[in-house]
Design a protein around this ligand. Structure first.
Ligand code: ADP
Ligand code: MG
Length: 698
């Protein structure tokens, strides 16, 4: 049946103008696309609910009953109206913040009404905010009303007369046509095994649910399908990649590794570091190309792991490269490697955007001749002019600044792809990791080096800023160093920039005896480095900066992180910034300064930050607060993140299940050759026209 692939412009009530809106605004071209534009909520007018049936997760519902009493609460300026509403058995509060006088005049105590709205939980009790109220006589009988779908539209669409109601009108006859049946997109055996609703029924019920049970089954099926195909795609490609590319074999642990381990390692490895090194060791001698993600909270010691794995590469006559997202960080890695390995006679170079042309040529030559063994750098390493004699290992630090495409470019730097280790400092929620990095094996450093004191975090209002100054002075007089960070948001860069400079001037006035560094993104790299270096060596005691110091910077003597306008940062960013302190043996502090007026979300973020230091917990909370689309790294990831129906914050179990199902199928039929799996093949092929093809990149 070709109905599904038909252009929407031929549908009744669409035409070229509206079709163009669908195309441009929502990327809806075919009937199939339109059917996959699921409602984002429903209005359930199919029946009257009892108040005793209300639960936390409900669509809009209707209840029949009477108002027992009106109460006005609050001051004249911030007033709200509460009506106690009863269905004869239980009570619920109806709440209004606006139009209070109108409501009180219009509705009467004791009269029977139908109340319509979405119940929400507030302080342990259910209420309905701004409900619609009608008398029963005004309404058609419930069986005539049913569930009504509500669709996302855009402002432009609304202006072109494509609001939710209009979309509903367009979809309704399509659904009628669907009743003849459409070919399923999942194999029958999967539908049967997991008792999933078939596609035809699911599409019908997702748009016009028969009842809430049918809706919930339709949602289950469509969520499963969505997550399953993402996983199947990733795993299928990964299989294919593993088969196509052999991996270099790092046969032995040799002199470099052993000498470092026996003579130069400055501290005992943590058990977690040991475990990860073992995992990587196993990968690199397996004959398969390693693609591994190393997750470890800030300060967990990923750099040392990177260093030791690079020595492993050197022991087997390969070159290694370590790539960082910023020049500051690349510099710092270079310094760290030099200080750890300085006595070992290893040729290490640094290549960044500000490397002089002459030096650059020398480095290029040394990389090609193999004289250079370890190269540290920024994006400059990706350039085609950078050629290696025998690159065996690529380590990418702070992954969230790198995309899939960049990763892939590094693969091409040898006759067969080098091993790749991706290190992230921002722990990623499991569901996101499975989706974003589903093609990578995962190692986790779940332990901090011993002797660390957890950073103490406090939230203050900006009005208390002056009280902080004494504390800062005290810490500096005790020999510590202090960061003060200002936000920098693109739209208002000028404004924030001024704040930074004002902050700098302010600090200079308050602390005439202290020396201050200032770093921001608009500086020339050389100047930035100089300022940074002064702080690293302790020449300056205060560092006033924007978030350029967010990742990686390691100054163990710094013990205070003050974050100005903290409400303007995301959770993972706050966590990253906090990770800049607490790296030494002394107690460290993180002070979050915010305005007095805070949104619920901002308040929540401050609360989470002061409660926990656990990066994984924070990343889960971040995902719940912001949704996956906004999380750092997802935009550049190259994987489509607009899930249509599944929700990575809520559907973790389903995702796990979908991934296992995909694994299961691929284990039995890795090439998807079986006839029962032809549907899967077909769907993957369809997806691949939309999605970045991992195979091609690599
Ligand atoms: P991150 O994982 O955030 O990149 P780093 O690699 O910068 O962390 O390490 C943080 C600090 O901990 C550094 O000063 C590093 O020298 C130190 N460190 C790393 N491993 C250990 C260890 N096993 N014992 C003690 N200190 C360590
Ligand atoms: Mg690091």
């Amino acid at each position: 049946m070709n109905f599904l692939t038909q252009d929407i412009k031929f549908l009744h009530g669409v035409g070229p103008r509206k079709a163009a809106l669908f195309n441009n605004e929502l990327s809806i071209f075919s009937v199939d696309d339109l059917l996959r534009h699921y409602p984002f909520r429903y209005v359930d007018r199919s029946r009257f609910y009892k108040l005793s049936e209300i639960t936390g997760d409900m669509p809009y519902i209707q209840v029949k009953g009477r108002i027992l009493q009106f109460k006005k609460i609050g001051t004249q300026r911030k007033q709200r109206l509460i009506a106690i509403f009863s269905d004869g058995e239980n009570k619920i509060e109806l709440v209004w913040f606006q139009g209070i006088r109108f409501i009180v005049n219009k509705y009467k105590v004791g009269v029977e009404y139908v109340v319509f709205g979405k119940p929400s939980l507030f302080k342990g009790r259910f209420n309905i905010l701004h409900p619609e109220i009608e008398t029963p006589e005004q309404l058609p009988p419930p069986e005539k009303m049913g569930f009504q779908p509500v669709y996302h539209t855009t402002e432009k669409m609304k202006r072109g007369f494509l609001n939710s109601k209009a979309i509903q009108k367009i979809i309704f006859p399509v659904i009628k046509k669907l009743e003849a049946g459409v070919p399923d997109t999942l194999p029958v055996y999967i539908l049967q095994r997991y008792k999933l609703m078939n596609l035809t029924e699911s599409l019908i019920n997702i748009h016009f649910p028969k009842d809430s049970k049918a809706l919930s089954r339709a949602r289950q099926r469509l969520k499963f399908e969505e997550l399953f195909y993402i996983q199947l795609n990733i795993l299928f490609q990964t299989n294919w990649r593993d088969k196509r590319f052999k991996g270099f074999i790092f046969k032995k642990v040799g002199n470099y590794f052993n000498t470092f381990f026996n003579d130069y390692i400055p501290f005992e490895l943590t058990n977690a570091q040991k475990k990860v090194i073992k995992e990587i060791r196993a990968d690199t001698k397996s004959g398969k190309q390693m693609n591994r993600l190393l997750q470890g909270d800030v300060g967990s010691g990923k750099t040392l792991v990177a260093l030791m794995v690079m020595l492993l590469a050197l022991d087997n006559d390969f070159q290694a490269c370590l790539m960082a997202p910023t020049e500051i960080l690349a510099n710092q890695h270079y310094e760290t490697l030099m200080s750890f390995l300085g006595k070992m006679n290893i040729n290490i170079s640094l290549l960044t955007g500000s490397t002089k042309k002459k030096d650059r040529e020398i480095i290029h030559n040394q990389l090609q001749s193999g004289e250079n063994q370890i190269i540290v750098g920024t994006h400059a390493l990706i350039e085609d002019t950078v050629q290696f004699k025998n690159l065996g290992l690529v380590i990418i630090d702070e992954q969230h600044r790198f995309g899939v495409v960049q990763r892939a470019k590094l693969w091409a730097k040898n006759t067969q792809p080098p091993h790749v280790l991706v290190m992230t400092a921002t722990p990623i929620p499991r569901t996101l990791a499975m989706t974003l990095y589903g093609d990578l094996s995962v190692s986790v450093i779940d332990e901090l080096p011993p002797g660390r004191k957890p950073v103490q975090t406090y939230h203050y209002y900006e009005t208390k800023r002056n009280a902080l100054l004494g504390f800062i002075a005290k810490q500096i007089n005790e020999g510590r160093q202090v960061y003060v960070v200002y936000p920098l948001i693109q739209e208002s860069e000028k404004l924030d920039f001024r704040h930074l400079e004002e902050g700098y001037e302010f600090m200079k006035q308050v602390f005439p005896n202290f020396k201050i560094s200032m770093v921001h993104g608009k500086m020339k790299p050389a100047e930035k480095n100089e300022q940074m270096q002064k702080f690293v060596t302790g020449e300056t005691q205060l560092m006033v900066a924007t978030t350029v110091i967010e990742v990686g910077v390691d100054v163990p003597n710094a013990s205070v992180m003050v974050i100005e306008s903290a409400e303007r940062f995301g959770l993972s960013q706050l966590h990253q910034l906090r990770g800049r302190v607490g790296r030494g043996a002394k107690q460290s502090y993180c002070i979050l300064l915010t305005g007095v007026k805070l949104s619920t979300d901002s308040r929540k973020r401050m609360e989470i930050m002061t409660r926990t230091n656990d990066g994984f917990e924070i990343s889960e909370a971040d995902l719940k607060l912001r949704g996956p689309g906004d999380l750092e790294g997802t935009q550049q990831s190259g994987i489509p993140f607009e899930l249509k129906i599944a929700d990575l914050a809520k559907d973790g179990q389903m995702l796990e299940f979908a991934r296992n199902t995909a694994l299961d199928i691929l284990e039995k039929d890795p090439e998807l050759q079986e006839s029962e799996n032809q549907i899967l093949r077909l769907q993957l092929r369809k997806m691949r026209t939309n999605v970045i093809n991992w195979g091609i990149i690599s």
